[in-house]
Structures are given as structure tokens and as C-alpha cells.
Design a protein around this ligand. Structure first.
Ligand SMILES: [Zn+2]
Length: 302
């Protein structure tokens, strides 16, 4: 009987751990809490690039460890596999993750995998951020308008195509610097405690928005922006059907919560390049699964 109880306890603990791994939002702070709005419009953090259309004043100070974006030439299948290096970081305190955190070796690769176990180097800042010429749900020139050049150009084409189909879109939140993510995350930890914050906000380095390749979108009315109800809109249906044609994937699909670590987010688009996006849709997999399958059997010497 003691053994049975012990097994039950273990099973319950595993279930709890699995539940806690699935967060409520894509590291934006959650659909309910509207962290994007809080972070970008009403109370911009001191470290954000508010009001500036150029590069951050901190750009010269950062030393991004960039690697060539091999996947930009449509070679994602063979060369787009993110390399990783192990670190000894663990996160026992938060209770949400105890596995090793890996720092991605290819932060500038358009197919880079960033999630709860793969983080960007602390010093990483995309070097080719631009303002995509698309409507946003706000008027201010904020940091969160920015995307990397290739992704921004693709986004413009995507928005044009949606508009042509009478479903005009608007950007809600794109790039977020490491500093901004840290400010947002720290604010939530202070407010709700670390364990609670981890359920709805990504830790610094773990948000896809820091890559400059992700954007949350909505219909041009802004209705259901970054909220569950967006999934039922015509815009969401259109995006699910057409985003890959422009190199974007619905990064956190329904039913894949256990793999991505995030609940279904029909509004969170991630640019990975057209070839990779189409392959991911065709295979019906997540970026996690796609990258895992692309890992070479024979590991190169290091
Ligand atoms: Zn997002």
C-alpha cells in the first residue's frame, strides 16, 4: 500500500509539473493581463526604446555573438538546426522547470528555437531591426513595432495579401529587447511571485519576441488582440491557411501545448522562412519537432 501511495504521489507530481509547464501566453505577460499594452504604451519601461526610430543607444555596447544565418538561403532542412551549448543553469526555485537551460548558439538564424529550455544569449540584440510598413493597434513609434529586416518584408507581403482578401490585419506587438523583457518579467515577479509569473510571462532570453522574428497580430479593429477569442475570427482562419506562404507559422498551435509549453495562441506569428514554414505545415509539426527531426544523427566534433 505504501508503494502504491508513493506511485500515486509521483504521478500527481508529474501531472502538476506538466500542467505548470504550459503557460497562458507567449511570454507577453498573458492575454488577460495585456502586458504588451502595459509595457509599451501606458507605462513604458525606462529601458525600452520608446520614441526612437533608430537603433538603441545601447546597441554599441552589446556584443551579439552572431552566427551566419544559414537558413536564409532555404537550407533550413540541413543547416538550420540550432546548435546549443549546455549551461549549468537550473530553475528549482520557480518549480516550473528543472531541466538544463541551453543557450542557443545561432541566435541570428531565422529558424532559431527559443522556448522555455532554449534561451538567447544575454547579449544578443538583432542587428537588422526595422519598422515594418504595416498598421499597428497603436500610433506611437515604439520598440515593439520592430522586426528583423527579412521578417518585416515578409510581414508586409502577408498583410497586403490579407487586406486583398478583405481581412486587414494590424500588428499588436513584435520585437522586445532583452532589457524590456527583463523589466516586464521582474515586474510580474514582484507583483505575483516567481512561480505565478512563470505561468504567464517568459523569462528574459526565453521570449521569441526577443528574436525580432515574432509578432502578435489582430484584425485591424484590434478586437480580441492577443486574446483567446481571436481564434474564432476570420482573420485567424485566414492566417492559419496563408501565413506559411509568407514564411510565418502559428507558433503555438492548438493541441501542442505539451510540446511548445504554451497554450494555443492563434495570434502569435513566428517568421522561419518560406521553405521551413511550408515544411512545418506540411508535416503538421511544431518548430520544436521540426528542429529535433533535423538534428543530424552523427554529431560534429566540438
Ligand atoms: Zn507573442
Amino acid at each position: 500500500m505504501a508503494i502504491l501511495n508513493s506511485r500515486r504521489t509521483t504521478a500527481a507530481a508529474l501531472l502538476l509539473a506538466a500542467f505548470m509547464l504550459v503557460s497562458a501566453a507567449c511570454g507577453d505577460g498573458g492575454s488577460k493581463t495585456q502586458a504588451d499594452t502595459a509595457a509599451g504604451t501606458s507605462t513604458p519601461p525606462a529601458s525600452s526604446n520608446t520614441g526612437s526610430t533608430g537603433t538603441s543607444a545601447d546597441a554599441s555596447k552589446s556584443k551579439p555573438s552572431e552566427t551566419p544565418a544559414a537558413s536564409t538561403n532555404g537550407q533550413n532542412q540541413t543547416s538550420g538546426t540550432p546548435g546549443v551549448k549546455q549551461t549549468a543553469q537550473t530553475d528549482i526555485k520557480s518549480g516550473t522547470k528543472t531541466d538544463d537551460i541551453q543557450v542557443v548558439a545561432n541566435p541570428a538564424d531565422v529558424a532559431v528555437l527559443v522556448n522555455k529550455t532554449n534561451k538567447l544569449p544575454d547579449s544578443y540584440k538583432p542587428q537588422d531591426l526595422v519598422d515594418p510598413n504595416v498598421p499597428f493597434t497603436f500610433k506611437e513609434k515604439l520598440e515593439k513595432r520592430k522586426m528583423r529586416k527579412e521578417a518585416a518584408a515578409a510581414l508586409e507581403k502577408l498583410f497586403q495579401a490579407a487586406k486583398k482578401d478583405n481581412l486587414p490585419l494590424a500588428g499588436v506587438s513584435a520585437y522586445r529587447s532583452h532589457e524590456t523583457q527583463k523589466t516586464v518579467y521582474d515586474r510580474y515577479v514582484k507583483k505575483d511571485g516567481e512561480a505565478a509569473a512563470n505561468k504567464y510571462s517568459a523569462k528574459p532570453g526565453h521570449s521569441e519576441h526577443e528574436t525580432g522574428l515574432a509578432i502578435d497580430v489582430a484584425g485591424s479593429s484590434g478586437k480580441c488582440a492577443a486574446q483567446d477569442c481571436f481564434g474564432a475570427t476570420k482573420e485567424a482562419k485566414w492566417l492559419a491557411e496563408h501565413a506559411a506562404d509568407y514564411g510565418f507559422i502559428i507558433r503555438y498551435p492548438e493541441g501542442k501545448e505539451g510540446i511548445t509549453g504554451y497554450q494555443y495562441e492563434p495570434w502569435h506569428l513566428r517568421y522561419v522562412g518560406v521553405d521551413t514554414a511550408k515544411a512545418i505545415v506540411k508535416q503538421g509539426v511544431t518548430l520544436e519537432e521540426y528542429v529535433k527531426n533535423a538534428v543530424p544523427v552523427t554529431k560534429p566534433k566540438s
